[in-house]
Design a protein around this ligand. Structure first.
Ligand code: NAG
Ligand code: NAG
Ligand code: NAG
Ligand code: NAG
Ligand code: NAG
Ligand code: NAG
Ligand code: NAG
Ligand code: NAG
Length: 778
């Protein structure tokens, strides 16, 4: 009693006392326990184990990253049996059992080692082990063999193990989605919904790759090894040695597998399965339509409302979905035309008109929807809850699905119209005014729900308020740069994260259109593209919030007048990595992300460098955001002269090859360390550098191109390759230029470059404009 009293006086001491009791701060020794705010932390401080509560009412033992401000949990012990408050105790008992007791002393979760356990340790890999005593301490149990929803590098996963999503962002209990081996025995992993539907598979393992995800054979970032034994396949991924970021693979509450890395500012997803979030079975729940171009992804069908408002607001759709606003009464029901499509065929029914089709559905009380296609005369009917609907494009209007709703749903509607019909004038105007009011209120409500900070574990864009950004940038005090589309300011979010805030000028889009464009950009994530964290669209204000890049843009390092500092920073190896990373980012924009995006303004100013000088392309997709037509006004609004492909000027169709051209021009500058157009050089024949460079490269004299002072330490073969690639990219005829895929392969040395021609009318000197030399500018 006295002891506790003293400890309460010196609360700090309580912690130290109990912790010293458990030995090293990464270890729970025999007889020791954790409770309240006590934790154990791995040796180098990466992982921490202790109690946490996602919503403040239920408590769990879990492991999270100790140094990341946004709490990211990688493992949970008692996901189905939470403690009611923090007074729970995790104890390694003298008998060698690791047990979690609640405040009343009942056991909530345990690992029984039958007297073998001696201590439990959390490792820097994130693994939590129970070890035996003795010189050859053996592992009797480990968290890596009992995964929750996250795979960490070095974890061996497979056999009978399952990765199961969290139920929602506030509830780690098992959700509907799981990743595991194909139970049929095929050598593949599958993603399943509710233990029944397989909605994605890796494809079979052929000894080298999984047929559905050949990209994992590319050992750029990960080294995946797969081994099999009688109990099944196991796979492990390791980070390549020079990948110095934290990484995790998580099966999200939305049922998508996402591989992300922690950049200096936040988690950034760079690979996902299935790639399209709407391909996850049942991700929106019942009676909701999915649209991956939209934010949020899911919306209730007309005549339906969210089953659980709270879940819906925290974007936990799959666990809830939508329900009818007015209940069904088999005989009097009506149908609402929803512009949605269903992936599965309904049962076909012989009907010659839409009315017949509708009546066929109405006759069966279990029928929930029908669709009739007048041109083919096909009638389909569905029964049971409707899942996996997608918003359909207007062109498919004929295959619209008519969904059954209660009669009162429609009578509400028709009553209003009849009143308007009868009592013309004043009452009508009043109704309209009321309608507008309720729409406004509804929109307010919607907005408020979108203002909620996004959960750290999902990749959704956050919507910021203008006020919040004003505070974050201290009233737009520190300007990082400016360009034609707006100015960029440095800011610091509430949790200390540094961001770059772009204030756009003259965006001609209304809010809805802006959001649609933004959400399509939000889906684009790649290690070599600057991550868009969120946006603000308030009144006429349009702002974009990006990760802050501590090393600024490439031009400031490449063309600095202080030549000693430049050489120190940008040796050949770094330059080559920057060129290769930029090429990979462009390749992703052109081919790998959904739809094809032409960057249209590749230049050193738009290549930003993170803390490790790894390149990130900025400003992609802005043309669309500005509400401008890419093909027409571009020469005046996008692109920077000196990097502009000839087809911009001649008015030929614009293809991704314009980016290849600009990349070639940029690559030449990376190699030479000088502007392609530089009127300050002595020799006037070198004002415009590319023709000179082309001749030298053709004659194999690349040494004359590469910047003085870096050649000695450079890999001349790489330099030669890069020069040839640059020359190929700046060919006048866009068909002769390689694709970005070929550029990447040639730079990597996996493909032999063709011998380039010296351009016939080489590279018309189209009057450089180097005025805007700032990061994030356009
Ligand atoms: C936490 O979740 C429980 C039920 O899951 C709910 O009753 C409670 O209100 C939630 N608490 C907060 C703070 O959201
Ligand atoms: C935790 O709950 C138990 C009973 O359920 C109660 O006795 C105890 O005071 C609670 N502790 C705290 C810190 O609220
Ligand atoms: C642990 O296992 C031993 C032997 O199998 C058993 O006697 C004991 O009751 C178990 N303890 C718990 C807490 O399950
Ligand atoms: C901690 O250890 C892990 C695993 O050995 C390593 O990947 C990580 O880089 C280390 N972190 C620090 C901050 O030293
Ligand atoms: C462990 O090592 C110590 C000295 O290194 C030795 O004396 C002892 O016998 C060893 N114990 C066992 C169980 O091997
Ligand atoms: C999942 O399957 C079970 C039966 O296996 C069923 O009772 C339950 O309703 C299903 N859950 C959903 C959300 O459909
Ligand atoms: C990949 O892993 C295998 C086996 O774990 C190992 O032999 C190989 O050296 C690793 N390769 C790289 C590039 O890390
Ligand atoms: C359906 O509505 C009709 C007419 O309003 C009513 O007579 C009937 O009882 C209702 N049936 C059910 C199942 O509610």
């Amino acid at each position: 009693m006295g002891n506790i009293f003293l400890s309460l006086l010196f609360t700090g001491t309580l912690f130290i006392q109990l912790n010293s009791n458990s030995g090293a701060r990464d270890t729970l020794s025999l007889g020791a326990s954790l409770t309240g705010k006590q934790t154990i932390i791995s040796k180098n401080g990466t992982f921490e184990l202790g109690f946490f509560s996602p919503n403040g009412s239920k408590w769990y033992i879990g492991i999270w990253y100790a140094k990341i401000p946004e709490k990211t949990y990688v493992w949970v012990a008692n996901r189905e049996t939470p403690a009611r408050n923090r007074s729970g105790v995790l104890k390694l008992s003298r008998e060698g059992n690791l047990v979690l007791f609640d405040a009343e002393g009942a056991s909530l979760w345990s690992v029984n080692t039958t007297n073998k356990a001696f201590r439990a340790v959390i490792l820097d890999s994130g693994n939590f082990l129970i070890l035996t005593d003795g010189n050859k301490s053996e592992t009797v149990w480990q968290s890596f063999e009992n995964p929750v929803d996250t795979l960490l590098p070095g974890m061996r996963f497979g056999g009978q193990q399952k990765l199961v999503s969290w139920k929602s962002s506030l509830d780690p209990a098992p959700g509907l989605f799981a990743l595991h081996m194909d139970p049929s025995g095929a050598k593949q992993f599958v993603l399943t919904w509710n233990n029944s539907v397989h909605y994605w598979t890796t494809g079979t393992w052929d000894g080298k790759i999984f047929s559905g995800i050949p990209e994992i054979a590319d050992k750029q970032l990960f080294n995946v090894s797969v081994e099999g034994d009688s109990s099944g396949l196991y796979f492990t991924y390791m980070l390549v040695p020079n990948f110095n970021a934290l990484a995790r693979f998580v099966l999200t509450k939305f049922g998508q597998g996402q591989q992300s890395s922690f950049e200096s500012t936040g988690w950034s997803m760079f690979w996902s399965v299935p790639r399209d979030a709407c391909d996850v079975y049942g991700t929106c729940g019942a009676y909701a339509a999915c649209d991956s171009r939209n934010l949020p992804l899911c919306s209730c069908d007309e005549g339906f409302k969210p089953t659980d408002d709270r879940a819906w607001l925290s974007q936990d759709w799959a666990s809830s979905g939508c329900v009818r606003q007015s209940p069904l009464n088999c005989s009097t029901d009506r149908f609402i035309d929803n512009s949605v499509t269903l992936p599965d065929e309904g049962s076909s029914y012989a009907a010659s008109t839409k009315k017949d089709c509708q009546e066929a559905c109405l006759r069966s009380c279990s029928c929930t929807a029908f669709a009739f296609n007048p041109s083919s005369g096909a009638c389909q009917v569905w029964s049971g809850d409707l899942l996996n609907m997608r918003n359909s494009t207007p062109s498919k209007i004929n295959s619209n699905v008519f969904i059954r709703v209660g009669a009162s749903q429609l009578s509400m509607k028709s009553k209003t119209t009849s009143i308007v019909g009868v009592v013309l004038g004043i009452v009508g105007a009043l109704t309209v005014a009321l309608g507008i009011c309720s729409v406004l209120i509804w929109r307010r409500h919607q907005q408020r729900s979108m203002d909620r900070p996004a959960d750290s574990s999902d990749s959704f864009l956050r919507m910021f308020s203008y006020k919040e950004l004003k505070i974050a940038t201290r009233n737009f005090r520190s300007k990082l740069g400016s360009g034609r589309s707006g100015s960029v300011f440095k800011g610091s979010l509430q949790d200390g994260t540094l961001v770059a805030v772009k204030k756009m000028q003259g965006s001609r889009q209304d809010e809805k259109q802006f959001r649609a464009e933004i959400s399509s950009l939000g889906n684009i994530q790649h290690v070599n593209l600057v991550r868009l964290r969120g946006f603000c669209a308030q009144g006429s204000k349009r702002l974009l919030i990006y990760d802050y890049m501590p090393n600024g843009s490439l031009n400031s390092l490449l063309f600095t007048s202080n030549s000693t500092s430049k050489k120190k920073v940008l040796d050949w190896k770094t330059r080559f990595e920057i060129a290769l990373g930029t090429a990979r980012g462009l390749l992703y924009l052109h081919e790998e992300c959904r739809g094809c995006i032409i960057h249209s303004d590749v230049k050193p100013e738009n290549i930003l460098l993170d803390g490790d000088l790894s390149p990130k392309l900025a400003d992609f997709g802005l043309a669309k955001l500005m509400g401008r037509d890419l093909s027409r006004v571009l020469t005046t609004t996008r692109g920077t002269r000196g990097y502009l492909a000839p087809e911009w000027i001649s008015g030929l169709p614009i293809t991704p090859k314009v980016d290849v051209y600009s990349f070639g021009m940029t690559l030449l500058e990376i190699i030479s360390g000088r502007r392609n157009l530089d009127l300050t050089v002595q020799d006037s024949s070198l004002y415009y550098f590319p023709p000179f460079a082309a001749t030298q490269i053709q004659q194999g004299k690349t040494i004359n191109i590469v910047e003085e002072g870096i050649a000695e330490a450079a890999d001349m073969e790489e330099v030669g390759r890069s020069c040839v690639v640059a020359l190929l990219c700046i060919q006048e005829d866009d068909e002769v230029r390689p694709s970005m895929r070929q550029v990447v392969q040639m730079l990597e040395g996996k493909m032999e470059p063709r011998t380039p021609h010296v351009p016939s009318s080489p590279l018309t000197d189209n009057d450089g404009d180097q005025s805007n030399s700032n990061s994030y500018s356009d």
